[in-house]
Structure formats: C-alpha cells, structure tokens
Design a protein around this ligand. Structure first.
Ligand code: CO
Length: 681
C-alpha cells in the first residue's frame, strides 16, 4: 500500500483553521436509496428528497446514491411514482454531484435474470436519464452476469463499479468458501473487466473491523483501482469497520445522513467527518451544512416515515444478524410476511431453517435476490413441510436457481434438492452451465407488443418488462386507465402529526378506554324497536322487568342508512314492529392484504362456497396467472395457480382431482391468506 492513504494527524488545534487534506476520504451518500430502503421499506417519496436536494449537492460527496436496488420496484408498486421520473426530477436540483445507482447485474432492478435486450435497453435509459455511476453486483459473484451490462455502461461513458458481495459461512472471514483468496481473486476478475472502482458490499453488516483491515489492505495491494466499502450498521460493527478500513487505506466509504443512519442502514456521516477532521484523510465536509440537512430531515421529513420504524425495539443493533446473516431490508420483509400469515411465532424456526436451505442451495451470498429466495424457501419449508417430505413447496425462483438461471453458486447445490426442484422444469431437467442469459430468449419485442396502446415510450415498456403484473397496473394508474388505490397516496405531515398527538395522549394516559357496560341477558318478553337518530339507525330491545318497562339494550347497526342499508320490513310473527337484523358478519372475515380490495374479496369468497374442494391461498400475495380455466380437468398436485408472495412465485398445486368449478380471481388481483382461489369438484 502506498503511504498516500495512511492516516496521519496533521492539525488538531481549535483555531478554526482546517487545512485541505492531502488525500481526502471520498464519501458516497446513501440516504436517498439504501438508507430509506433499509429503514423505511423503500417507501421514500421523491417529494421528500427535494427539500434537501440542493444542500446535498453542496456537501462535496463523491456520489449520491439516488436510484436502483428496490426503489424501482417500490415506487411503481407502492408509491404510484414513475421510477424514471425520480432521476430526472432530482437532477434538476442536484447539478454538481454524480448520481449512483445500485444495479443487480443481469437482474437489473428486479429479482431474476432478464434477457440481454432488456438489460441493454435498461442500462442505456438509466445512463440517458442521469445515472453516472453503476454500482453493479451479482448475487452469486458470478461476473458472467456483468458481461452484457458493463460494455453498455462503458459505451455510455459512465463509471462501472464492480461489487464483491461479502459473505461468511463462519464467524469470521475464512473457511472453505469466503476466505481472503476468494475476495482477492474476485477483485482481480473485476479489474480485468476494466472496472473503474471495486466495492466490497457488506449488505448484512457482517464484516468485523479487523477483517476489514486485512481485506482492504490485501485488495489495495492486489489491484490498482479505488476500493469502496459499503457496510451496513445492522450488527453495530460498521462504524469500527469503517475506521479500520480507513486505516487500511480504503478510498471510498458509504454513509447516511444521521436520521437515515444506523439500525439496518449505515453509519451516519457526521461522526466520521469529526473523526477524520485534522488528518490527511479529512473529508473537508462542512459540519454545519450537514447539521442543517439533518434538521430538515428530522423535522419536516421523518415524521411521515416514523410509523415504518420498528419502535418496539429500543436497541438500534441486532446482534442476531451475526447468526442468521439476513441483510437489513430482508429482516423487515421476513417479519411482515410471517405476520401476514399469522405465523410470527415461527420466526425462530425460520431462522434455524435459513442456514440449512442456504447450504442446500450452494452457500449463496445472502444478498438480493438470493436472500429473498433463501428466506422464502425457508418460510415455505417451515409452513408446509412435514416429517415425510422436505421442500414440499419449492418456489419458481429456487427451481430456476437449481437450473442455473442465476449463474454458478459458490459451491454445488445439494443434488437431491436440485433433482426434486428440476422435476418437470419447463426448460428441462438437466441444469445449464453457460452464462444464464444465453438461454433467455429476447424479451423486449414481446413486452412492447404486450403493452401496445398503454406504454408511451421505451421507459414504460421497461417498467412492464421488469415487472409484468405490478408494472402493467402502474401504467394503468399513470395513464388514468385505472384509479390508484387509497394506500398508494402520500402521507402528509398533518396525518403524521395527528397520529403523533394520539400516541402522546395515549402515553400520558389521557386516552381513556370506554368501560364496557354489563348487559343483562335477554329475556323472553323482549320487544324490539327501530330507532333513527339523524342518519344512524339503532335497534332497541325493550323488556319488562318486575313491572315497569326498561330499555334493556341499544345496539348500533353496522351500516348507516339510508344508502347502504335498505330497511326492509320482513313479516314477523312474534314481535312487532318487525326489526331488520343488524348486519353482523356470520364469521370473522379475514383482513385482506390490500384493504382497497376487501369488498371484492369478501363477495368472491361468499360465492365460492359452492360444492367441491377449495384451493385456498396459503399466503397473501398477488395472482400471477391461472394455469387452468373453468371446466378444465385437473389432477391432484397439478399446478393450478401461480401466486406471487414476497416477490417469489409459487406454483399452487390442486388439492384434489376433478374439474375446475369456479375461478374467483384474475391475474393481478391481490389475495389474502385463505381466500378461495378456485374450487375443484
Ligand atoms: Co446496501
């Protein structure tokens, strides 16, 4: 290592004078992408980035990470925002600082390898719209998956940063798979591909400070391009890891503005700036400017997102991550998914299952999409396996991994699982060994055809090509062909403040729960009356007790009149006047995943209770497609529906043989767990 990068203290007085450092540490800010992705489930809206955008441009960052990763998915799926528009909007405010995006190699910003034509078009459009640095990784560290994207990055005159996903199979760096030789070999491969810089991507915060020191030092000696460390805070080590990396001569570090830092995100920038002040690695950043940015975030932006923070936890570190190795963003998804499936009590079992599934699948690094693939399969195994059968419900993505569609796993896949997964695989039962995209037929023309009349430009087509189900739905919202549901609209600061007020009141004990009245049991002489107060309707039962009549109960009906509840007078032999029955559902109706769809779900459930065996959704999700139609015959175990859950596709087998009697949903519909998807009779 050159002397150039060694930390030397040059000035430490309080005169206010701050000499320019000889070799300032470069900083990539991650607030707009990884920070909000890690802490707030990628729900950050463009409008909430604008208030600090111009100030961020003044800091002097090496780059601002503004795009990629899960943002493309979350924006069109949950926020009703055009992902391409975000780059263009932010560019209007940020004129000096380069934009970086996280590109998942041939997975682009999705969860599978796309065809070469889609990959080329995507990178070209991203560069055209304003992405300057492509932080590119492959979840398997199989760099054949860069072969299509990196020449396009270079042709567009942009910076190609190659990543090495940092992973462990033991407590510390080393062992059979992820040892120092492995990382040095990977760095040399990237340098040979003419990467402009190399990033070590420690997505789960597993890198121990002393391992960082050894690793960065070795990489600085092995290659000549700048070394960038991207380390998540999750386990609490990364501030120390950063410092040891600086001591070993790292060139670039990734941090967040403090309200978006820590937890499963990244160390905050401020402490690092202060740590290096007066040394030859001084960032030169103005701490007052940083503090003004933090203040805007803290007061005007974060209250809107606070509800997404897990505030049941006081601790900001998760030492558990050292055991299960699940990256930050994945943790919250895992918990949410289990909660939606009423299976949160199985979390420990899922944690225990994770390393087993990972080993079976070739010790893949736990990074998107591998982390989701391993986690979803672990959930499926815990929920659906029994003593007789393991891997009862294998996701389509695990099947594709076994086929070789993601690339080469660090060690071979368990042959037994591979054989089972590849049974009846549409591409064949023999796995491939070539670069995965070579077997993927071009997809762009078909995508163009599919959204003809809906997509206006190539960028629209790409939204659909990457995300056919939710992408198409978004395009319908975008062009006013479908009304976006209530829950994709932004939360206002007022909403957040009202909620905070309620929480405050509750904490101060000022929200008093209404005491439940003791209701006497109804007697035989009960008489019912209808009482109308303005638009509200009450059913009142009056009973004579010990002589004089007293009001025994007043029950508010569920609906208001007159619109929703037509009052019909049914002939009643016993009591007068006839009382309409209050509309209380007979059985508790399960809460669907998307409230906006509740009415459809409920009515479809009702009409589906016909004779036959129902195929119920084993988990909440979105219907991708039905493989059968009404009237088709089906055998037990044959795939009837493809259900997307946690972004993984699950082929749902028929629970019985017979004919499809009814189909209750269509592609794109959101379903709740236990919704009847179809009936076989
Ligand atoms: Co990250």
């Amino acid at each position: 290592m050159s002397d150039h990068n060694q930390v030397k203290i040059t000035k430490m007085d309080f005169s206010g004078e701050r000499p320019k450092a000889e070799n300032p540490l470069k900083i990539q800010d991650l607030t707009f992408r990884d920070g909000q992705q890690s802490l707030f489930a990628t729900r950050g809206r463009t409008e909430d980035m604008i208030p600090i955008a111009e100030m961020m441009d003044q800091v002097g960052f090496w780059a601002l990470e503004t795009w990629g990763g899960a943002t493309f998915d979350a924006m069109h799926r949950f926020l009703n925002e055009d992902p391409w528009e975000r780059i263009r909007t932010l560019k209007r405010y940020i004129k000096k600082t380069r934009f970086s995006m996280l590109l998942r190699g041939q997975n682009l910003v999705g969860y599978r390898n796309y065809a070469d034509d889609v990959a080329k078009a995507f990178v070209e459009r991203a560069a055209h719209n304003g992405i300057d640095i492509f932080r590119t990784f492959d979840a398997l560290n199989d760099y054949r998956n860069f072969e299509t994207v990196f020449p396009v990055i270079k042709e567009c005159g942009k910076h190609f940063q190659g990543c090495i996903c940092y992973s462990l199979t033991e407590r510390r760096m080393g062992g059979e798979v992820y040892n120092l030789e492995y990382y040095v070999k990977k760095a040399k491969e990237l340098e040979a591909m003419e990467a402009n810089s190399i990033c070590i991507k420690d997505m789960a915060g597993l890198m121990a400070p002393y391992d960082a020191y050894v690793l960065v030092k070795a990489l600085k000696e092995a290659v000549s391009v700048p070394i960038h460390l991207h380390s998540h805070f999750t386990s609490g080590m990364s501030s120390m890891t950063h410092l040891k990396a600086v001591e070993a001569g790292v060139d670039i570090l990734g941090t967040c503005m403090s309200p978006y830092g820590f937890r499963s995100s990244h160390p905050a920038l401020g402490p690092l700036v202060m740590t290096l002040m007066g040394t030859n690695r001084d960032t030169g950043f103005d701490i007052k400017l940083l503090s003004s940015i933090n203040e805007v975030l803290e007061k005007e932006i974060l209250p809107k997102y606070r509800y997404l923070l897990d505030d049941t936890k006081v601790s900001i570190i998760d030492t558990n991550v050292l055991v299960h190795q699940i990256p930050g963003g994945m943790l919250s998804n895992l918990v949410n998914q289990l909660r939606e499936m009423d299976a949160l009590d199985k979390l420990d079992k899922v944690y225990a299952e994770l390393p087993k599934v990972r080993e079976d699948l070739g010790q893949v690094p736990l990074v998107t999409p591998m982390s989701q693939i391993v986690a979803t399969q672990a959930i499926n195994n815990i929920l659906f396996d029994d003593e007789k059968e393991r891997y009862k419900m294998i996701t389509a993505q695990v099947k594709d991994l076994c086929y070789g569609l993601y690339g080469k796993t660090p060690v071979p896949i368990n042959p037994k699982i591979q054989k089972k997964a590849l049974k009846d695989h549409p591409r064949g039962e023999k796995p491939i060994t070539c670069r995965p995209a070579e077997v993927i037929e071009p997809e762009l023309d078909k995508a163009k055809e599919d959204v003809k009349g809906l997509a206006v430009d190539l960028e629209d087509v790409l939204i659909y090509a990457l995300y056919p189900v939710t992408g198409k739905r978004f395009l319908k919202w975008k062009y006013g062909k479908e009304e976006p549901p209530e829950d994709v609209r932004p939360r206002t600061l007022e909403d957040a403040k009202a909620e905070q007020e309620l929480i405050k009141k509750a904490r101060a004990g000022k929200l008093v729960e209404k005491k439940e009245k003791v209701v006497p049991s109804k007697g035989n002489n009960l008489r019912k009356f209808n009482v109308f107060v303005d638009d509200e309707y009450f059913e009142v039962g009056v009973e004579e007790v010990g002589g004089s009549p007293i009001v025994s109960y007043v029950q508010q009906a569920q609906s208001q009149i007159p619109a929703q509840q037509p009052v019909t007078v049914a002939p009643s032999p016993q009591v007068l006047p006839a009382a309409p029955q209050p509309q209380v559902p007979a059985a508790p109706v399960e809460q669907p995943a998307v409230p906006a769809k509740s009415t459809t779900t409920a009515s479809k459930k009702a009409e589906s209770d016909s004779e036959g065996t129902p195929l119920k959704a084993p988990m909440p999700g979105i219907i991708v497609s039905y493989k059968k139609q009404v009237g088709d015959s089906v055998n037990t175990g044959e795939t009837v529906v493809i259900l997307e859950a946690m972004k993984m596709e699950n082929a749902l087998p028929s629970p019985a043989g017979g004919t499809i009697k009814s189909i209750n949903f269509a592609g794109g519909d959101t379903v709740a767990r236990n919704d009847v998807l179809c009936v076989i009779g």
